[in-house]
Design a protein around this ligand. Structure first.
Ligand SMILES: CC(C)(COP(=O)(O)OP(=O)(O)OC[C@H]1O[C@@H](n2cnc3c(N)ncnc32)[C@H](O)[C@@H]1OP(=O)(O)O)[C@@H](O)C(=O)NCCC(=O)NCCS
Length: 154
């Protein structure tokens, strides 16, 4: 099977801003969460992998994120995919798949054997399509978003 196309991490301050802005807009703002709530300590760990797909922009325009995701290494054998988000106007066009498959490839390259993640109920179908199995119910975010623990062997 050919390896999926690389999805680079943010490289400039403007790209990092676009990266976190998409996280915030998709995963935090709709629930009135404060700016900054889209970040976590694992973002800065050296083994964390960030992935950012950018829109095509002119040379002098600010970068705009279309899809983002991150892989956190949780122990020697396992990783966790977190903060997957696709811009609403670009959803359903394969960008989420590209980000997820890239992060899985990075996990394999790092020698990880398994990925665990906490999926929003509305995203369980996406992860199922990409080969993840539901382990069981997980937490409820902001008191209203049920999550399910899901797992995939790499
Ligand atoms: C969930 C999300 C990351 C999926 O990304 P996406 O770019 O829209 O998905 P893709 O277009 O890559 O879809 C890949 C496959 O999964 C399927 N799929 C996508 N979302 C799905 C869903 N919610 N339910 C069932 N299947 C879904 C697609 O039909 C496609 O199937 P195909 O291979 O047969 O064509 C994106 O819609 C999103 O950001 N949602 C809001 C935020 C969110 O819930 N993030 C996850 C937090 S755990």
């Amino acid at each position: 099977m050919p390896s999926p196309a690389q999805v680079p991490p943010p490289r400039t301050p403007a790209e990092w801003a676009a990266y976190y802005q998409l996280r915030y807009a998709v995963l935090r703002q709709p629930w009135q969460q404060p700016p900054g709530s889209e970040r976590c300590p694992a973002d800065d760990e050296p083994t964390t992998v960030h992935a950012l797909l950018l829109a095509e922009e002119g040379p002098n325009e600010a970068p705009v994120a279309l899809a983002v995701g991150m892989l956190q290494r949780t122990d020697a054998h396992r990783g966790q995919i977190r903060f997957m988000a696709v811009a609403p106007h670009a959803a359903g066009t394969g960008l989420g798949r590209r980000v997820l498959e890239h992060l899985e490839a990075q996990a394999r390259a790092a020698g990880l054997a398994e990925i665990l993640l906490h999926a929003r109920e509305s995203a369980v179908g996406f992860y199922t399509r990409l080969g993840y199995a539901v382990v069981g119910p997980s937490h409820t975010l902001f008191g209203v978003i049920p999550h399910f623990l899901m797992r995939k062997q790499l």
